[in-house]
Design a protein around this ligand. Sequence first.
Ligand code: 13P
Length: 257
Amino acid sequence: MTRRPYIVGNWKMHGTRAMLSEARAIDRAAQRHMKVEVAIAPPYTLIHPIHREAEQIAVGAQDCHHEDSGAHTGDISAAMVADAGASFVILGHSERRTGHGESDALVRAKAGAAFAAGLKVILCCGENTATRESGKAVAFVRKQLKASLPPAEQLPAELAERLTVAYEPLWAIGTGTPATTDDIAEMHGQIRALLIDLLGAEQGADVRILYGGSVKPDNAAAIFAVPDVGGALVGGASLTADSFMGIALAASEPFEN
Ligand code: 13P
């Protein structure tokens, strides 16, 4: 099955209510690009206001806690973000893994909790510069992804609808220079093979794999032409409707991944 390209904006720690007008503009533009699935993950504080107004785009969270509730000051559970209007959550982003010491085991527990709360999950993986330079990027990412995926009994039946993988090499995030299309092709091919191994031919072939790391309107078309790229997870360029929808426009040209 060929799925719609999936273009997700990760606003990271950017955005106050002043950004609601940008979300509105993204939502309006998304209504003109129905061949593309457009979503944004704003800070927690904006999930509900954006969800309340959005007609086309999905709204998600950038993280959640692995437990439903409890004495965890400052944390937010999967059920809470779902209640606020989130339909998905980004988990295992490298900024969580490095900035908050999140292990593969914790990411796996969070993914299990998110599925149990009815959310879709965008599961991130990616290697740092040292691992890339040591020639071990593929082995690292395969191991990280395998260890971050919940066990089979915690995976929902309609898995390809609920799970997306995002490959985000740390050395390409926020640098202005994405990975080369050759590097993306190699890693996405490896991730696809692993997903087929772990989830079976049908589901494994259908889960979308996004690329993230300095995706911009002017490099998006080349990235989307790479086999097994199902869309993009976009940071900086998702903060204005103009640049974000420039990327969505590149994805609305027919592409077969
Ligand atoms: P940039 O698009 O700013 O490089 O960020 C990528 C990213 O980390 C998205 O999750």
